[in-house]
Design a protein. Structure first.
Length: 373
């Protein structure tokens, strides 16, 4: 039985990674980066427990992939680590950053094999460039680049972090207690993904799968007099609008459900509950933009949309082009990828009796190809 717990830190906002997608949700084949990293650790060594630190929103999605221990992060790396350490009971703890996504198995093995040598085992790299400190060259043989993962005695690390001092890594926290640090050889392959340019350096990652993910959405709203009608964000000239908690844009609601369906992210009611006063009279365009941002940040790109609006009245054909333009701007995709069909129900049922409208939408997503970002 292993006496080591693995903690993977991934609660950062990816703010220096200037794309719509969060770096931990870049896909390599059919796995998001964070899952690729944790599975690689699992295949390299045995751990008593595996703890993944992320944000509230991301943990909700991560749980759908695999059953690990998920812990919400704090405002800093240290706060996140402190939260995770509350769940650690093993003698040692190996802490790594999810963004360091191509750590060779041999490097992980080297660190674990040195466990008995000190209170903290740290992989390092030699400095190959000339270094200056305050205008003077210094002996680079005396310097080291520090990497993660680092293996620490759990009790010591917990104790070292009970301070207001912010440490940049675990070894400096352990060293502050005067405990022994042991260096092992790191690897240039264990590069940390911080900026978009770093994607060229993480050569272990394969391109995402080209699979298409399909989602279907359907929504119905009854007419209500005295309300303004909106469909696909376009004002429609009618004497009535839709009865709804929000602005009642039934077309956007079905589209949101189709997008969430394809992304495996639940439905519109999960994200924007109509029991929440915040969404009373909500502009559905705002909800759609939020959905698109969410889908993009979790690694998906929108392929195409096909929508059928079933309405006996009002006549919608004159609005189709305007609706396409509105959705094109909201979705960030070209108009040729958006198809809008207006249909009737041949006077049958509630649609035929002109009591309301039903909209069906199919959406296709692909994994964002970060190789071309
Ligand atoms: Mg609705």
């Amino acid at each position: 039985m292993s006496n080591t717990t693995l903690i993977l830190l991934g609660a950062g906002s990816s703010s220096r990674f200037k794309t719509t997608v969060k770096k931990q949700w870049l896909y390599t084949q059919e796995s998001p980066l964070w899952l690729h990293v944790v599975e690689h650790f699992e295949s390299s060594a045995a751990f008593e427990k595996i703890i993944i630190v992320s944000t509230f929103d991301e943990i909700k999605e991560m749980k759908k992939f695999a059953d690990y221990i998920y812990v919400q992060g704090g405002n800093s790396r240290q706060a996140s680590l402190t939260n995770a350490l509350k769940h650690v009971t093993s003698e040692s703890v190996l802490v790594s950053d999810i963004a360091r996504c191509c750590i060779p198995s041999e490097m992980i093995e080297r660190i674990l094999a040195a466990q008995s040598k000190a209170s903290c085992i740290v992989p390092t790299l030699p400095v190959t460039d000339t270094l200056y400190l305050e205008g003077q060259p210094i002996d680079r043989e005396k310097t080291r680049i520090i990497q993660t993962p680092q293996l620490s005695r759990t009790a010591l690390l917990k104790k070292a972090l009970q301070t207001q001092t912010l440490f940049s890594d675990d070894s400096s926290a352990i060293a502050s207690l005067g405990a022994k640090i042991h260096f092992v050889e790191g690897s240039t392959k264990a590069h940390k993904l911080t900026t978009l340019e770093d994607l060229q350096k993480v050569t272990c990652l394969k391109a995402p799968s080209t699979k298409t993910l399909t989602g279907f959405g359907i929504d119905t709203h009854p007419f209500e007099t005295g309300k303004k009608m909106f469909l696909c964000g376009v004002p429609i000239d009618a004497n009535y609008g839709f009865k709804a908690h929000s602005d009642g844009d039934v077309a956007i609601h079905s589209l949101i459900d189709a997008l969430l369906g394809a992304a495996g992210m639940g439905d519109i009611g999960d994200l924007y509950p109509d029991t929440d006063d915040k969404y009373a009279g909500a502009d559905s365009k705002v909800l759609l933009r939020d959905t698109v941002n969410r889908i993009n940040s979790f690694g998906f790109s929108i392929g195409n949309i096909d929508m059928t609006i079933m309405a006996e009245s009002p006549k919608l054909s004159p609005y189709k082009q305007e609706m396409r333009e509105s959705l094109s701007s909201l979705l960030g995709i070209r108009g040729n990828f958006i198809n809008i069909k207006a249909s009737t129900s041949e006077e049958l049922g509630f649609i035929g009796r002109k009591e309301g409208v039903t909209v069906h939408t199919v959406a296709n997503l692909t994994y964002t190809n970060w190789k071309t970002l």
